[in-house]
Design a protein around this ligand. Structure first.
Ligand SMILES: [Zn+2]
Length: 388
């Protein structure tokens, strides 16, 4: 028996699990809860705490919020940002809902099951009715106060074009191989993400082996089997499709092609492995996929440099895609325009950006390509609606 091999595999798996975002969030919430319970007489533990004390923890956490819940009489009702009135400042209900899900997980992992038994007063306290009611009340209060779920500020094609132009200029001036790689990579990544409407993490998961260039019109098809919404198995896969655009400044296909050409010219192996890779300062281009923090920092860096930063994150690119498709002149039908009211409702997002079959991918790619023909339209419509 090769115990060393088994041990090695065990520690690899453990470290993968430990590095996951959810694991880290669960761990820090768990610590926070333990610290709170210690101060609460008679010092219950994660193994013994009941729903009443758990709700005290949620109320305590609520004091750390930044969402002002205005009274219906308040003049600031429906406005964003902290105001001078005395209305309470709370956590956004969507965030509380996430905390409760994490708590359910924490208790389940501590052997407390996935249900709460009211009769025996035992089980998973985060599943108790008192907690469900707490969340319901928060949601109602915030709905009455006209608080909409927090949404990333959408990034439209006008800003992408500005970034793309900036990168093109920089590429002419720079002689540093790492800078060249980063600039070409970022442009290809942002444009690809915008036109497929994917998550930043979907972009970093793309493997070169998954890419096919369709010779009919030079479209690029990416067949991916792993992503946030897709954990593999069931033979299920997404096809992400990129269509060439007449405007080369924002054409995702030419950005991708010039990225691959530049990287190859720099001596980077571009036949297999992650398409977009992390660069380690002083060391060079690594073989690991680009990290979310690099995507976020670089996007922010370009926007700040150009003086057009408004708090965007990589998720803004996905939001911009959704709005552009929903509001653009792509003739997707009135229901998609009507969907603007609830475009943050998952239905629209799912419909337009998580299409699972090739046919959907082709329709989607063409409709985004059409939508940006009049690229100011979606942006101006969106702004006119006063959406934030
Ligand atoms: Zn107020």
């Amino acid at each position: 028996m090769d115990w060393a091999l088994i041990q090695q595999r065990e520690s690899d798996i453990d470290s993968t699990v430990a590095k996951r975002k959810t694991t880290q969030r669960r761990h820090s919430l768990s610590l926070e809860l333990e610290n709170f319970l210690e101060l609460l007489p008679p010092s219950p533990t994660i193994a013994s705490v009941g729903p009443v004390d758990l709700r005290k923890f949620l109320i305590h956490k609520d004091t750390m919020g930044r969402t002002q819940v205005h009274d219906v009489q308040c003049q600031f009702l429906g406005q964003v940002g902290l105001k001078s009135c005395n209305c309470p400042v709370r956590l956004a209900s969507s965030y509380v809902s996430n905390i409760i899900s994490l708590l359910k997980d924490i208790f389940e992992r501590n052997g407390r099951g996935r249900t709460w038994d009211v009769k025996l007063w035992d089980g998973n306290p985060a599943c108790a009715p008192i907690i469900t009611d707490y969340l319901k009340v928060m949601k109602e209060e915030q709905a009455k106060a006209h608080i909409l779920p927090k949404q990333a500020k959408p990034l439209f094609v006008s800003k992408l074009r500005a970034i793309s132009d900036f990168i093109s200029q920089r590429l002419i001036c720079t002689f540093d191989p790492c800078d060249t790689y980063i600039l070409a990579r970022d442009r290809a990544l942002f444009l690809a993400q915008f036109f497929v409407g994917g998550r930043a993490s979907d972009m970093s998961n793309i493997l070169i082996q998954e890419i096919t260039v369709l010779h009919k019109d030079n479209s690029v098809a990416i067949r991916s089997t792993f992503g946030k919404t897709l954990r593999g198995g069931d033979g299920d896969y997404h096809v992400l499709m990129l269509k060439p655009l007449p405007d080369v400044r924002i054409c995702p296909v030419s950005a991708l092609r010039s990225y691959v050409m530049l990287a190859t010219a720099l001596g980077i192996q571009m036949e297999k492995g992650p398409l977009f890779r992390e660069v380690h300062p002083g060391v060079g281009v690594s073989s690991i996929p680009i990290q979310y923090s690099s995507i976020r920092n670089n996007l922010r860096g370009y926007l700040i440099h150009l003086g057009i930063f408004e708090g965007e994150t990589p998720h803004s690119i996905r939001s911009g895609h959704t709005v552009t498709v929903s509001l653009g002149p792509s003739q997707l039908g009135p229901e998609s325009v009507a969907a603007h009211v609830g475009w943050r409702s998952t239905a629209a997002v799912r419909h337009y950006s998580r299409s699972r079959v090739l046919k959907d991918a082709v329709v989607l790619a063409s409709s985004v390509a059409n939508s940006i023909k009049d690229d100011g339209l979606a942006e101006s419509l969106f702004n006119r609606m006063g959406a934030k």
